[in-house]
Design a protein around this ligand. Structure first.
Ligand code: ZN
Length: 174
């Protein structure tokens, strides 16, 4: 397993649409292992392949709180087939938008269809944190980021902050 570099805003790759996985083979499984490792190391509770620069429709999630008991979940070609009318808010952050958080409202429950680690068809009804996390990650596969749900003003403040940070980082010479 290899740690991959997580892309951050304003990297334009984060705005690209990811492609469907045609076949779940060893390469895809290795990629998912790397993604999971990278996510745990960050640390985060969800990661989409595009965040490490791979434009494939793959998401890994682990919302278990106990670091001793890992519960990794793998979603290949995930698709939301139903969303509840009832909405819920979480203070969301994103590994690709470091240190920025905002309250985002999303449907509190959803049903997601996907292929699992072995390429088998699965369907899952998610609620609460898992439902929010799945929706956040599927947005990544479509080039959408949580800041897109904010007002233009709030969104621009965050983008400006991150562009500034990036410039300062690039200036360091060792
Ligand atoms: Zn994210």
């Amino acid at each position: 397993m290899t740690l991959r570099r997580i892309l951050t805003l304003p990297d334009p790759i984060l705005r690209k649409k990811s492609n469907k996985v045609e076949k779940v083979d060893k390469n895809i499984q290795n990629l998912m292992n790397d993604m999971l490792n990278t996510m745990y190391n960050a640390p985060g509770i969800g990661l989409a392949a595009v965040q490490i620069g791979v434009l494939k429709r793959i998401v890994v999630i682990d919302i278990s709180k106990d670091p001793e008991k890992k519960e990794p979940m793998y979603f290949i070609n995930p698709e939301i087939s139903w969303k509840s009318d009832f909405k819920e808010s979480y203070e969301e952050g994103c590994l690709s938008i470091p240190d920025q958080f905002a309250k985002i409202e999303r449907p509190s429950k959803c049903i997601v269809k996907f292929l699992d680690y072995n390429g088998s068809k699965k369907e899952l009804k998610a609620e609460g944190l898992l439902a929010t996390c799945i929706q956040h990650e599927i947005d990544h596969l479509n080039g959408i980021l949580f800041i897109d749900y904010l007002s233009k003003l709030k969104k621009n403040i965050i983008i400006k902050k991150l562009s500034k940070n990036k410039k300062e980082l690039e200036r360091i010479v060792v």
